[in-house]
Design a protein. Structure first.
Length: 119
């Protein structure tokens, strides 16, 4: 069973940066398309970014474009989300997710990591 664990969240001032990491316990992430999502209090979960299995294609939400970068290191079984120029509206719980092989459904989710952007 694929289990995902996020890390790297925290409290940062506006304009600051954080790098989130997503690790798999035991199961290789190679071959799986991955995504980052977030959910702010009182709001629905939204997609932030996604990356294909080999890292050759990535996509971003409008709010993330130009500020966030998704990447992966299949040798280390890690997915990253580099977040720069953070804004208060980026405050949310960030989740890593993996698509089920052969589908476009995100069937595996981590427990989330809190990102708070505040002065």
């Amino acid at each position: 069973q694929l289990q995902l664990v996020e890390s790297g969240g925290g409290l940062v001032e506006p304009g600051g940066s954080l790098r989130l990491s997503c690790a798999s316990s035991g199961v290789a992430l190679e071959g799986l398309s991955m995504g980052w999502f977030r959910q702010a209090p009182g709001k629905e979960r939204e997609g932030v970014s996604c990356i294909n299995s080999v890292g050759g294609y990535a996509d971003y939400s409008d709010s993330a474009k130009g500020r966030f970068t998704i990447s992966r290191d299949n040798a280390k079984n890690l997915i990253y989300l580099q977040m720069n120029n953070l804004k208060p509206e980026d405050t949310a719980v960030y989740y890593c997710a993996a698509q089920q092989l052969g589908t476009s459904r995100y069937g595996y989710w981590g427990q989330g990591t809190q990102v708070t952007v505040s002065s």
